[in-house]
Design a binder for this molecule. Structure first.
Ligand SMILES: Cc1cc2nc3c(=O)[nH]c(=O)nc-3n(C[C@H](O)[C@H](O)[C@H](O)COP(=O)(O)O)c2cc1C
Length: 294
């Protein structure tokens, strides 16, 4: 398991670095691999709104003259992500904002490719704006469907001063809980309940497409245990899906399969509204009671 932290402070060994290192000390004690990225070490610009990532959907930013794609790779390669920023005018630094806009937009263009990771945030603040700064980073995590494990704010101005804020340091140390959450999310059975409203003129072809996807999922994916398609008894244009996967990785794999991508691309304009999707873990039956649907 790996956790990558992005430090938005231009001061390399400043207070934000100290907070990130407090989180890392605890993670490393548990054998977790860690990496800290100093955003000020390489150039990263803001998003230029070319929307090429939405056209190409190749999991890359089309602007290749800075570190954005390298950072996308680092997020994809980690299970946990820590965002750290000093408070600059009651908010995150421009470096952190550039990271969020550049990596976040490419992720959205590619079906939220960071989703289901676990995240945490830390902020170093002299006096005012700690909560707002944490909020800015948490909004990014929420927009990506990254589970938020916690946050830490610590007070200090000069380099090293946050060490004196014992409560803030304690919050940073407790962020190692993101590891437990990540581990649990990665190994538990994962289920989806989906509601779909089809345009009446596309009902037949939509139902054929979803049945192909359902059959493909159960037949070709070892870890898709169940894929039920239910038609509403009073509204034939309304379908409910109930899908169960061995774990969240199995679900992520499902979203990359040819049958799913074909279904997704062909049917996206055949619905009256976006799918309503509920996701979660099973309370009953217990995970070891599941057998694969045949
Ligand atoms: C440009 C700039 C703006 C800042 N704005 C704020 C602010 O709005 N509120 C605050 O409490 N501290 C502010 N600070 C102080 C930093 O948040 C504080 O010194 C922090 O500990 C720096 O963390 P670092 O060592 O990781 O860079 C600002 C500092 C700079 C350089």
């Amino acid at each position: 398991m790996k956790v990558v932290a992005f430090n938005g402070s231009p001061r390399k060994d400043g207070n934000t670095t100290i907070l990130i290192n407090k989180v890392f000390q605890e993670l490393e004690r548990e054998g977790i691999e860690t990496e800290i990225v100093q955003l000020s070490a390489k150039q990263i610009h803001g998003c230029i709104a070319c929307y090429k990532c939405f056209e190409k959907k190749d999991r890359r930013c089309a602007v290749k003259n800075d570190a954005a794609n390298e950072y996308i790779e680092k997020i994809l390669g980690a299970q946990g992500i820590i965002l750290g920023s000093p408070v600059y005018f009651i908010d995150i630094t421009p470096e952190m904002k550039a990271l969020i806009d550049r990596t976040g937009f490419v992720s959205l263009a590619n079906g939220r490719m960071f989703k289901n990771k676990v995240g945490g945030t830390v902020a170093a603040v002299r006096r005012t704006g700690g909560v707002h700064t944490i909020d800015s980073m948490n909004h990014f995590l929420l927009s990506q469907e990254i589970f938020i494990a916690g946050r830490a704010i610590a007070f200090g101005m000069d380099k090293g001063e946050v060490e004196k804020d014992e409560e803030g340091i304690q919050f940073a140390k407790s962020l190692e809980g993101c590891d437990d959450q990540s581990e649990r999310r990665m190994t538990e059975m994962y289920a989806l309940v989906v509601t779909i409203h089809i345009k009446p003129e596309h009902r037949e072809e939509y139902i054929k497409a979803i049945l192909d996807d359902a059959r493909g999922s159960v037949k070709n994916e070892d870890n898709c245990l169940l894929f039920n398609v239910i038609q509403d008894e009073t509204d034939p244009n309304c379908l409910y899906l109930y899908e169960a996967y061995r774990d969240v990785k199995a679900f992520e794999y499902h979203t990359q399969t040819p049958h799913f991508i074909h279904f997704f691309n062909t049917t996206k304009d055949w619905v009256t509204q976006p799918m309503a999707i509920g996701k979660g873990t099973h309370l009953f039956p217990l995970d070891d009671r599941w057998k694969k649907q045949v």
